[in-house]
Design a binder for this molecule. Structure first.
Ligand code: UFG
Length: 327
């Protein structure tokens, strides 16, 4: 099957591309390289430098590859804090770009769609672990942008235009053997911790230790990037049975302090850290209830422990101290 991967040069999209190519899929990566890295694109994929802001470029990609049957849509902005500063960026890029893509898919008779959605749909959840039954209360313009797309997909399904699966990721982390996390600027906990271990940063900031959690720091559900990518492939292969939404995480929460401690063990570096003020918008605890995808698709994480996740990230960062070296 031929699959278009938008954002296939980015952190999650590049690993999904790697796993798709290695599982025998024909992959067309469509990416504007604003955030992604050309070197992150698997050499077995066809690369199109294209921008979802320009519908003619999307149309041209489908016309050049009329056998594309499905789209995995990763290309988006994904920082909660940034979206609070600049909500229009998120509305414009995340929402309108996705709608242009979906319209072009319809015009070119491409009917399968996998959406990168987010745990930021669930601000202040009533029940933890957070299952698909939790009501949707986006925590930021970023979360709202994904909620809008999910709602619109519901109608595209009802009108027979698209079959879709929305995967609400919790905290994507870790690396494959060859692809890892290289954001500019970096804001995510695990790569920042590892930058301290590499001597690229003196100390880490812990954003608040007065949360209602066992050690006072925020608890997150870290899911390995390859487990995440595998979920996309399973979801794609099951789409004929109907559209659905899955919450996707390991179901185990680790605090910021636990992540730092795991990194100390793995790297042998003391990783000095200072507690500073809370970061606005951070909920205390986000843990996924992923029973539905386990049951329906047989998805099983291969890297459930924080140690395994941090270790793969550490291996990548040690081998790529300057990331892909292009930014
Ligand atoms: N943190 C620190 N110090 C840092 C960086 C992060 O203490 O220097 C803390 C944060 O406050 C948070 C935790 O580490 O409690 C994880 O923060 P990240 O920035 O790594 O990830 P987020 O939980 O903010 O967000 C990520 C994705 C979002 C997604 C969300 C879903 O970036 O796109 O997970 O859970 F919506």
């Amino acid at each position: 099957m031929k699959v278009m991967v938008t954002g296939g040069a980015g952190y999650i999209g590049s690993v999904a591309t790697e796993m798709l190519v290695e599982s025998g899929y024909d992959v067309v990566v469509f990416d504007n390289l604003f955030q992604g890295h050309r070197a992150a694109v698997h050499p077995g994929a066809t690369f199109i430098l294209g921008d979802l802001a320009d519908k003619a470029q999307i149309d041209a990609a489908f016309e050049a590859h009329p056998d594309i049957e499905a789209v995995m849509h990763f290309a988006a902005y994904s920082l909660v804090g940034e979206s609070m500063q600049n909500p229009f960026k998120y509305l414009d890029c995340n929402v309108t770009n996705a709608l242009r893509l979906l319209e072009s898919m319809d015009e070119h008779d491409v009917r399968k769609f996998i959406l990168s959605s987010t745990a930021n749909l669930f601000d202040d959840p009533e029940t933890i672990p957070i299952t698909e039954k939790e009501r949707i209360v986006p925590g930021s313009p970023y979360g709202e942008s994904k909620a809008i797309i999910e709602r619109f997909l519901h109608w595209l399904d009802k009108t027979g235009k698209i079959k879709y699966c929305a995967l609400r990721y919790f905290n994507a982390a870790g690396a494959s053997e060859t692809r890892g996390e290289d954001h500019h600027p970096e804001t995510h906990l695990i790569p920042l911790v590892l930058q301290v271990a590499l001597g690229q940063r003196d100390r880490l900031k812990i954003f608040g230790d007065d949360y209602d959690t066992p050690d006072g720091t925020c608890v997150r559900d870290y899911i390995h990037i390859k487990d995440l990518a595998q979920a996309h492939i399973l979801a794609l292969n099951d789409l004929d049975k109907g559209s659905r939404k899955y919450n996707l995480g390991n179901g185990a929460g680790y605090s910021v302090k636990q992540v730092i401690e795991a990194a100390r063990q793995i790297t042998g570096h003391p990783i000095p850290a200072d507690v500073v003020d809370r970061r606005p918008g951070d909920p205390a605890t986000l843990i996924a209830g992923s029973e539905t995808i386990r049951k329906e698709l047989g998805w099983e994480p291969k890297y459930p422990s924080i140690e395994a996740i941090v270790e793969t990230a550490w291996n990548w960062h040690k081998n790529h101290p300057n990331g892909y070296g292009d930014k």
